[in-house]
Design a protein around this ligand. Structure first.
Ligand code: NDP
Length: 284
């Protein structure tokens, strides 16, 4: 009896969305629940906010499941990864959506904004990828929710930095070093001399997009026959707590491109390792 029960979960498809108690992440969970056959996990760092979100989707007749996940807490990441490995034997769809942004009017010093923003949006998102990529099943889809601010920020970096971010041979270690260098230079007040714009959020997303390209190349090399597609995307300018009411898209409209990438049909070979906006591959 027990073996049959385990077999059921091992063969059930499963999706997981980080930071999905509100905003774009919540809308992605809604889209997956509507468009996909499988267990869809809404995750949140705060259990109460997560449960409230689960209840709001339940009132729409949808049935997402919940798991706690604070991407800034390595134990929380490891616990979630062990849960999905133990219950489902891995993950079919991972949407790395959680992020923070200081408001434009915020007067917090750029050094603090740099450290705090890169910690969540780049370093913690990378920790999620480090622990979850080995769990992605053949045919899996990985979507990193980045931003159109990434390419804008890239174009404001020195030519030397632009060349490294755009190169095909940049390694994960080199990228991590560059992101740390940004934080260090921000603390010393030396961003401009070192070729960086004072745009912590943009640099964090530039880092996440570059990381996506690096990890896609790794997957192609190490698991060439597994058909996994990994991409970064921009949801567009979306009305959420991050941006406010003036933005152009509703959260459901913002979920369209992440859900499209998550649901690329089996046997599809591209896009892979790209930055995608409005369902189209963008120049990098
Ligand atoms: P919101 O601020 O509405 O939502 C962000 C979500 O991330 C919240 O659920 C938040 O949880 C969660 N989060 C933050 N830190 C952590 C953490 N340490 N662990 C787990 N969850 C965390 O933002 P959006 O929905 O607008 O943003 C979603 C994604 O889209 C982000 O990656 C953002 O950068 C990107 N994006 C958004 C754009 C827009 O116009 N809105 C434009 C371009 C990109 P909590 O409620 O607990 O704070």
């Amino acid at each position: 009896m027990r073996a049959g029960f385990d077999h059921y979960y091992m063969s059930t498809k499963v999706a997981m969305v980080t930071g999905s108690n509100k905003g774009v992440g919540l809308a992605v969970v809604r889209a997956l629940c509507k468009q996909w056959q499988g267990d869809v996990y809404l995750t949140a760092r705060d259990v109460d906010r997560g449960q409230e979100a689960i209840e709001s989707l339940a009132s729409e007749g949808l049935k997402p499941l919940f798991h706690q996940l604070d991407i800034n807490d390595l134990n929380s990441i490891k616990t979630a990864a062990a849960f999905f490995k133990g219950k489902y034997g891995g993950v079919d769809i991972l949407i790395n959506n959680a992020a923070i942004a200081f408001k434009v009017a915020d007067t917090t010093p750029v050094a603090v904004q740099a450290e705090v923003t890169l910690q969540t949006n780049f370093f913690a998102s990378r920790d999620v990828l480090t622990h979850f990529l080995p769990l992605i099943k053949p045919g899996g889809r990985v979507v990193n929710v980045s931003s159109f601010v990434g390419p804008r920020t890239l174009n404001k970096c020195s030519l030397e930095l632009q060349q490294r971010f755009r190169s095909d041979d940049i390694t994960e270690d080199e990228l991590v070093g560059l992101m740390q260098r940004f934080v260090d230079k921000a603390k010393k007040g030396e961003l401009k001399q070192d070729g960086w714009p004072e745009m912590p959020y943009g640099v964090s997303k530039l880092g996440l997009t570059t990381l996506s390209m690096i990890l896609a190349r790794h997957l192609s090399k190490k698991r060439p026959h597994d058909g996994i597609l990994l991409n970064a995307c921009c949801p567009g300018w979306v009305r959420t707590d991050m941006t406010g009411e003036r933005a152009a898209k509703s959260p459901d409209e913002g979920a369209v491109t992440p859900a499209y990438l998550a649901l690329l049909p089996p046997e599809t070979t591209e896009p892979h390792g790209k930055f995608v906006s409005d369902k189209k591959v963008q120049l990098w």
